[in-house]
Design a protein around this ligand. Structure first.
Ligand SMILES: [Zn+2]
Length: 223
């Protein structure tokens, strides 16, 4: 009698095939997750500016949106909105951009936050130099950053030359007020600075005096 030949290798093959299938499935899931989240960019990455959203926001080729860090340009309907948007277009549209990140790379809307450079031009600074935006900070330590020092210097130059936003004639308030620790400048009647205790605020005689220290106008009372 001839015994049937056992083929143990068949079992091995079955397990190997199952393993390969599982591995491929995991790989597909991982790749799709990475695609959905979108990898963060390295500081040296370069991008092409594909669309201008407004004076301080652009869309990059590939779909990421970049909000230019530490500046604020006029909203639609406000004076110099068109000029600010056109300046950003002139400087960056269809150009290869380099983005410098300093802290958090994305804001709560998922937009990239950084300093934009085209060739060697520091675009955030150039916008302030032309008087088409305000420096916009959140914390004291930001004032120590080299880039912020450059931007504040550029803004002061535009203030001296009274160009762009600094050419707008405004009815002066008696004084302007800053809550200590905040980077916004308010009109005396703004609800954000009601009932402040002695020592918790700082008074400026003029709007320019406050903004020259690195403060930016409150978005509600718009001094
Ligand atoms: Zn205010």
């Amino acid at each position: 009698m001839v015994l049937p030949v056992r083929r143990p290798r068949r079992h091995t093959r079955w397990y190997v095939s199952a393993g390969v299938v599982v591995a491929v499935a995991i790989l597909i899931v991982v790749v799709r997750l990475v695609e959905q989240i979108g990898p963060d960019r390295a500081p040296t990455d370069r991008f092409v500016v594909a669309r201008i959203v407004d004076g301080d926001t652009v869309e990059l080729r590939g779909g990421d949106v970049l909000r230019l860090l530490a500046i604020d340009t006029p909203e639609k309907g406000e004076p110099f909105y068109n000029e600010a948007t056109e300046l950003l277009r002139e400087l960056s549209f269809n150009q290869t951009a380099e983005i410098e990140f300093t802290g958090r790379r994305r804001d709560k809307y998922g937009r990239l936050l950084g300093y934009l450079y085209i060739d060697s031009l520091f675009v955030n600074r150039e916008i302030l130099r032309r008087g088409l935006g305000y420096l916009y900070l959140f914390r004291d330590n930001e004032l120590k950053q080299d880039q912020v020092g450059q931007m504040l210097g550029a803004q002061r130059q535009a203030m001296t030359e009274k160009i762009g936003l600094w050419s707008v004639k405004r009815e002066p308030e008696e004084y302007y007020i800053q809550k200590v620790g905040s980077f916004r400048l308010h009109r005396p009647g703004c609800h954000s600075v009601k009932n402040l205790k002695e020592g918790s605020y700082r008074i400026f005689e003029t709007r320019e005096e406050g903004l020259a220290t690195g403060l930016s106008p409150c978005r509600n009372c718009k001094p």
